[in-house]
Design a protein. Structure first.
Length: 68
């Protein structure tokens, strides 16, 4: 059980880093082409989606740990 939990934490960390990188890259691409407002929006969106996914996964992990 601890191995599963450990590997899941690593996956979540990598997902967070990946989401951040994609968000920043999108943000800068849009900032060059469009207005600053759209740039900020494109930075925020993938980051929020990533955080929601991580929160959902973490919630499921807590449920599994509680029941086992």
């Amino acid at each position: 059980m601890k191995k599963i939990l450990g590997s899941l934490i690593i996956v979540l960390a990598l997902l967070a880093i990946f989401m951040r990188t994609v968000a920043w890259r999108n943000g800068f691409v849009v900032l060059e082409e469009e207005t600053i407002g759209i740039g900020i929006f494109s930075i925020a969106s993938p980051l929020i989606i990533g955080l929601l996914i991580m929160a959902a996964v973490l919630f499921l992990v807590i449920l599994v740990v509680e029941h086992s």
